[in-house]
Structure formats: structure tokens, C-alpha cells
Design a protein around this ligand. Structure first.
Ligand SMILES: Cc1ncc(COP(=O)(O)O)c(C=O)c1O
Length: 309
């Protein structure tokens, strides 16, 4: 980063502030909805890796912060993005300038919601762009215009959701940590970057199950593209179950809310609603459908924690 004299000083990466708890804890829980089908449920507590870069955010962001080598970081997200908040927090912890490009120019004239307010409080400069521009942000011309408008031409760019080859490789370790302990590993998917790395790290005889929280059915191609970028081609045994988006991103239903509250009561952990709740719901439904042979060890990755303003 540039200090007051305009001198470039790389951020020392071995930062105490980002020190993780790894491998993250793996906890078996007693839940009769699984036990009666002869299967075991383990919770992979990635929500305990780091208090501010929670869950998959630490695994995905840290390789990118390293690659940024002290340059300002620009990234993208919606108004409630967990990824934007984590990037802003990393910026504060490392003393690194961050810029958040936010979907929806109408938001510029409104008071910041609690999630964006946290980003701003952590020092992230917010730039609001209209939805059409936001959709085209991967197009080089559009990206250059967005970066220029944000006065961030020299910044290191992290894509929406933090998913690029570095992030996917960062999630390899999640699979490696689980390969000796679980037969099936379930994870909620937004961009699919976490699943892409997890599946590659699991190794032979293990299966990764992705639960997309967005509607659309287009995620498989994106995951194959991410794996090709990160590893040169598709890798690992993974599949998606597209039935549990509950209407799409950030949508919920009373049944999902009841489920999440009940799960918190049963197992004493906070359940993040946008992603984690949907993946846990999917696992319970699949167990009830008899989708897992007796003796299967299922790990559910707790990829985040609820945001409390
Ligand atoms: C809590 C949580 N879980 C899961 C995901 C999905 O990660 P990915 O985009 O790598 O599929 C996200 C993405 O932002 C998230 O915030």
C-alpha cells in the first residue's frame, strides 16, 4: 500500500490479525432425523475459523489478499453481501484500502443498510452501479469503466463472491481436512467456488453435494469453469441438488425459518439463514428420502455465521 509519502509498502502477510483456527473443528451431533436412517451427521465448523473472516471467507479471501500484495482491493456484491463485509474487515485488519462495487445505483441515495454500514465503518469505499452495468462487470470494457469511475484502476480485483482460481485453490484444504472423516460433504453454493475447491480436496471415494441458494440451474457450468481455471479441468465427485433455494437468493419461507430456529435449539449453534440454513434443510430432507446408505458419514460445512449489526 502507499503511505503518506507515496511509498509502496507491501502488507506483511503473516498477519497476526488474520491468524486462523485451522483445521476448523469437526463436531458430531446427535440428531434422530439422521440416526433413524443409520447415518451420522458431523458439523464442519468453518464459522469458527476467524471471528471476522468467517467460514469460507477466510479460505477464499486470504489467497487473494496475498496475491494483492498490498494493492487496494476492489470487489463486488449485493446490498447484504457477506463477501463485501469480510473484504472490508480484512482491509481494516491489514490496513489495506478496499473498494466495494455494490449492485443497485438506487441505493446511493438511501441510508446504508446495516451490512453496508459495517463495510463503510471498516473503511470500505462504496461505489453503487446500476444493475445492467453490474451484470456486465466481467466484460473487460465495463470493468475498466467501473474501475476508472471508482478511481481504482491499479487495484487488485476480486470477483463477486470472491470466487476465482486462487479462492478455489484456497478451499482445497477444506476437502483435505474432511477426507478421512466423511463420505459425503454438503455445502451451500452461491458462485460455487467453495464446492469447486472442496470437491477437489476430498479425493477418491468421497462425494461433495452442493445446495445452490439461487434459482437458475446454471451453476454447474460455472463450477466446471472455476475448476478448469484452478486445476486445469473438472475434478472430484460432486453434484448439485437444485431443489432447496426457497425462491432464490435471500428468500426464505416460514418453514425454513422454523427449521433454522429448531436446528439452533437442538444443536446450540447459530444458523446463518441465507446459505447455511438451506444446506442443512436439504440434508434433513435427503436423509428422510433415504438418499444415504446406512453407515454414511455426512459432514455439513457451516460456511458462515449470522450477521449481527
Ligand atoms: C455463508 C456463506 N455460505 C456459502 C457461500 C457460498 O459460497 P460460494 O460462492 O463459494 O458458493 C457464501 C457466499 O458468499 C456464504 O456467504
Amino acid at each position: 500500500m502507499f503511505d503518506n509519502d507515496g511509498v509502496f509498502r507491501p502488507v506483511p502477510f503473516d498477519s497476526e490479525a488474520l491468524r486462523p483456527r485451522l483445521p476448523s473443528p469437526l463436531e458430531e451431533v446427535a440428531d434422530e432425523r439422521f440416526a433413524r436412517h443409520g447415518v451420522r451427521l458431523l458439523l464442519k465448523r468453518d464459522d469458527l475459523i476467524h471471528p471476522e473472516l468467517v467460514g469460507n471467507k477466510w479460505r477464499k479471501l486470504v489467497p487473494n489478499l496475498e496475491a494483492a500484495a498490498g494493492r487496494p482491493v476492489v470487489t463486488f456484491g449485493g446490498a447484504y453481501s457477506n463477501h463485501l463485509r469480510a473484504t472490508a474487515a480484512a482491509g481494516r485488519l491489514l490496513g489495506l484500502p478496499t473498494v466495494g462495487v455494490v449492485r443497485g445505483d438506487e441505493l446511493a441515495d438511501r441510508p446504508l443498510n446495516p451490512s453496508l454500514a459495517r463495510c463503510a465503518a471498516d473503511g470500505m469505499r462504496l461505489c453503487f452501479v446500476d444493475r445492467a452495468t453490474y451484470r456486465r462487470k466481467a466484460d473487460p470494457g465495463t470493468l475498466a469503466a467501473v474501475l476508472s469511475a471508482a478511481d481504482a484502476e491499479d487495484a487488485y480485483v476480486v470477483p463477486e463472491g470472491g470466487s476465482n482460481a486462487a479462492a478455489v485453490r484456497g478451499c482445497l484444504a477444506l476437502g483435505e481436512e474432511l477426507r478421512d472423516h466423511a463420505d459425503v460433504v454438503a455445502v451451500a453454493c452461491g458462485t460455487g467456488g467453495t464446492l469447486a475447491g472442496l470437491a477437489a480436496g476430498l479425493g477418491p471415494g468421497r462425494r461433495a453435494l452442493g445446495v445452490p441458494v439461487l434459482k437458475g440451474g446454471f451453476l454447474g457450468d460455472g463450477i466446471r469453469a472455476l475448476q478448469t481455471e484452478a486445476f486445469g479441468g473438472p475434478v472430484g465427485d460432486w453434484a448439485l441438488d437444485e431443489r432447496f433455494h426457497f425462491g432464490g437468493y435471500a428468500r426464505t419461507t416460514p418453514a425454513l425459518e422454523d427449521f433454522a430456529r429448531d436446528f439452533e435449539g437442538r444443536h446450540g449453534l447459530p444458523v446463518e439463514r441465507l446459505y447455511v440454513a438451506k444446506s442443512l434443510y436439504a440434508l434433513v430432507a435427503l436423509a428422510e428420502e433415504g438418499a444415504f446408505p446406512r453407515g454414511t458419514r455426512i459432514a455439513a460445512v457451516v460456511t458462515g455465521a449470522p450477521f449481527s449489526p
